[in-house]
Design a protein around this ligand. Structure first.
Ligand SMILES: *Cc1c(COP(=O)(O)O)cnc(C)c1O
Length: 364
């Protein structure tokens, strides 16, 4: 069985965690501070605030920008639920704009139409889905003209680039997840990055009970602090991130070269984008996906369906009465299958994935 994801934890991580455990300083402390500095330096941003997850990083990022009740935030209907939940947590209202079916990311043309229909929108939350960076030329132009705040959900885009500039460095904030299946991990964990010292200060307060001076709570915050144990794993993983991404890109390039099946469309990557292949997501011809995944299963190939439903049609959002019809998302969600691409795979395993795809003839 070739698995769809596998965190790569080596002796470095084990030794670094043991060192933290032996130190007795196992909560948030200097190891997290070092991780934050190194992650900020990696991206080329001024500030990084580590948190407990990508979800809490997004929530804190939005709140630090002053987004809350009465505000409207434009976002994509095709993502992991957290990218919309975080808007709802703040009391703000999500407004969806459909995707570009080629890139899977929010379509700038749709954003523009949505802003025109909703001039009250205060912010735009984009998701660099599967490691594909959104069209940042078009998006920065929209954000500038309409004075929108920009939040980048980079939970799947560590080290991905648009014209050589890293995802997470375009927005007012960039929010990362370090969940085990992501391009790098801290076990559970997340981070907000920004170049704005005021926003950074707000984030720092929010993750630590709204406290700057000990036991003086200026606002109602949370305990979203990363632990030194997680920070230690993160420091080791960050050193390996470029290598991990190089392996993912090489696997993706090999798959796209080897896969030759008229029923299967390989990922599209615009030339401006340095995709980091959190997922290698193909599209299967209409009506053929169930047979395709049965064929993968029969051949011992792991896979994922990211995502089977659009966000607005999720049961948890029923009370919100969102429009559930998103033409392109609805088409794509029926076609997508993500294939193994993680850095732990060998060239032989990648060849085996491609072989299994190529022997699919439309029936299980
Ligand atoms: C993983 C993920 C998140 C949430 O991160 P967690 O660390 O699991 O909370 C948010 N957005 C996207 C697009 C994700 O893939």
């Amino acid at each position: 069985m070739i698995s769809i994801a596998k965190p790569l934890i080596g002796n470095e991580e084990k030794e670094a965690v043991a060192e933290v455990l032996d130190s007795g300083m196992i909560a948030c402390g200097n190891v997290v501070t070092e991780f934050e500095k190194e992650f900020a330096a990696y991206l080329g941003v001024d500030h990084c605030i580590a948190s407990t997850s990508g979800t809490t990083a997004l929530e804190v990022g939005l709140r630090a920008l002053g987004i809350g009740k009465g505000d409207y935030v434009i976002t994509t209907p095709f993502s992991f639920i957290a990218s919309t939940n975080c808007i709802v947590y703040t009391g703000a209202t999500p407004i969806f704009a459909d995707i570009d079916p080629k890139t899977f990311c929010i379509d700038p043309v749709e954003i523009e139409k949505t802003v025109e229909a909703h001039p009250e929108a205060k912010a735009l939350l984009i998701v660099h889905l599967f490691g594909q960076v959104c069209d940042m030329d078009a998006i920065m132009d929209i954000v500038d003209r309409h004075h929108l705040l920009l939040i980048e959900d980079c939970a799947q885009a560590h080290g991905a680039e648009w014209k050589g500039r890293k995802a997470g460095t375009f927005g007012n904030v960039g929010c990362f997840s370090f969940y085990p299946t992501k391009n790098m991990t801290t076990s559970e964990g997340g981070a907000v990055v920004t170049n704005d010292p005021e926003i950074a200060k707000n984030c720092r307060m929010l993750i630590n009970h709204g406290m700057e001076v000990r036991y003086y709570h200026d606002e109602i915050g949370y305990n979203y602090r990363m632990t030194n144990i997680c920070g230690a794993i993160g420091r080791c993983q960050l050193k390996k991130l470029d290598g991990f991404n190089a392996a993912r890109r090489a696997h993706a390039a090999a798959l796209s070269c080897l896969i030759n099946n008229p029923l299967v469309t390989v990922p599209y990557v615009p030339e401006e984008s340095n995709h980091c292949f959190h997922q290698y997501t193909v599209k299967v011809a209409a009506g053929k996906r169930d047979a395709f995944i049965a064929h993968l299963q029969a051949n011992g190939i792991g896979f994922g369906i990211f995502y089977p439903l659009s966000i607005p049609e999720q049961k948890c959002y029923e009370p919100f009465g969102f429009n559930k019809q998103w033409e392109r998302t609805d088409e794509v969600k029926e076609q997508v299958v993500s294939l193994p691409v993680h850095p732990g795979l060998s060239d032989e395993e990648i060849a085996e994935v491609a072989r299994a795809v190529n022997t699919f003839k439309g029936e299980a």
